[in-house]
Ligand binder design. Structure first.
Ligand SMILES: [Zn+2]
Length: 181
């Protein structure tokens, strides 16, 4: 709903847990742990946020793989092979899950391993709402906004976005051999 001061959106029964430390409102979803299989695009907002912020593996929830070259992220080849500054909603992974995901995850059509020494909290992914003349809210889905943006008052976040800094492309097969020779 629209805030009483008309300066953004809020929940009618909002609690402090509905916003992150930057004051951004987060989507609520029925919590059903253990239901179904891991499905990256529809990861639960609260879980995605925690896993991304704490650099846990997005599949198993253990600490993600970290070496001198940084945290391991699985990306799809984008043709340019430039991942420095790439923004991603996909949290990092551990090596064991990376090996499984590159073989079985349908969303990774052409996987590339990117290690980032500094995955920086960048902003959020979600829905922007605009108020209509009749004081209703019109949703605009699938937007990225950086923290600090004024439009965040009208934003409902569902994914935390990190920017990959100080990146190195790694040879996944070599890394997998180290855990499973
Ligand atoms: Zn894992």
């Amino acid at each position: 709903m629209i805030r009483p001061d008309s300066a953004g959106i809020c929940y009618g029964d909002e609690t402090p847990a509905d916003r992150d430390t930057f004051g951004v409102l987060w989507a609520r979803m029925r919590q059903a742990p253990g239901e179904g299989r891991p499905d990256f695009p529809s990861m639960h907002p609260m879980r995605q946020r925690q896993v991304q912020a704490e650099r846990l593996c997005q599949v198993c929830g253990e600490t993600a793989s970290h070496t001198r070259e940084g945290w391991l992220f699985l990306m799809n080849h984008d043709g340019s092979d430039i991942y420095e500054g790439a923004k991603t909603t996909k949290p990092p992974v551990c090596l064991r899950c990376a090996a499984l995901a590159t073989r079985h995850c349908p969303h990774l059509t052409d996987p590339v391993g990117v290690r980032s020494r500094r995955p920086k909290l960048w902003g959020v992914f979600g829905t922007i709402y605009t108020p209509t003349p009749t004081a209703c809210l019109r949703p605009h889905h699938d937007h990225h906004l950086p923290y600090g943006d004024r439009a965040l008052n009208w934003f409902l976040a569902s994914q935390l976005v990190v920017e990959l800094k100080r990146c190195t492309i790694v040879d996944l097969d070599t890394e997998f051999k180290a855990i499973n020779p």
